[in-house]
Design a protein around this ligand. Structure first.
Ligand code: ZN
Length: 86
């Protein structure tokens, strides 16, 4: 079972923001200032997809849009020196 389809499997997981097709999730631990993975999170589609290659065009576009919003959020809350996307 997948922790994004079954969020109860990971009680520390929080949906920070979302749009029609995808959501940005973080573990509550990464919200601590100065922790090693401060600000790290995942954008995942609402519908279960095995790999990124299974995303629909709409999901790709929604991921792009949400990424811009997530960057604004992280810039405001964590002031990162840069970003790693994977
Ligand atoms: Zn899933």
């Amino acid at each position: 079972m997948c922790v994004f389809c079954y969020p109860e499997l990971e009680p520390k997981q929080r949906v920070i923001m979302s749009n029609e097709y995808c959501m940005f999730v973080q573990l509550e631990d990464v919200q601590t200032k100065g922790c090693q993975l401060e600000g790290a999170g995942l954008i995942v589609p609402r519908q279960h997809r095995e790999t990124v290659f299974d995303l629909t065009k709409e999901e790709w576009m929604a991921t792009y849009d949400l990424l811009q919003d997530v960057k604004d959020y992280l810039d405001r809350n964590h002031q990162p020196q840069g970003y790693n996307l994977g």
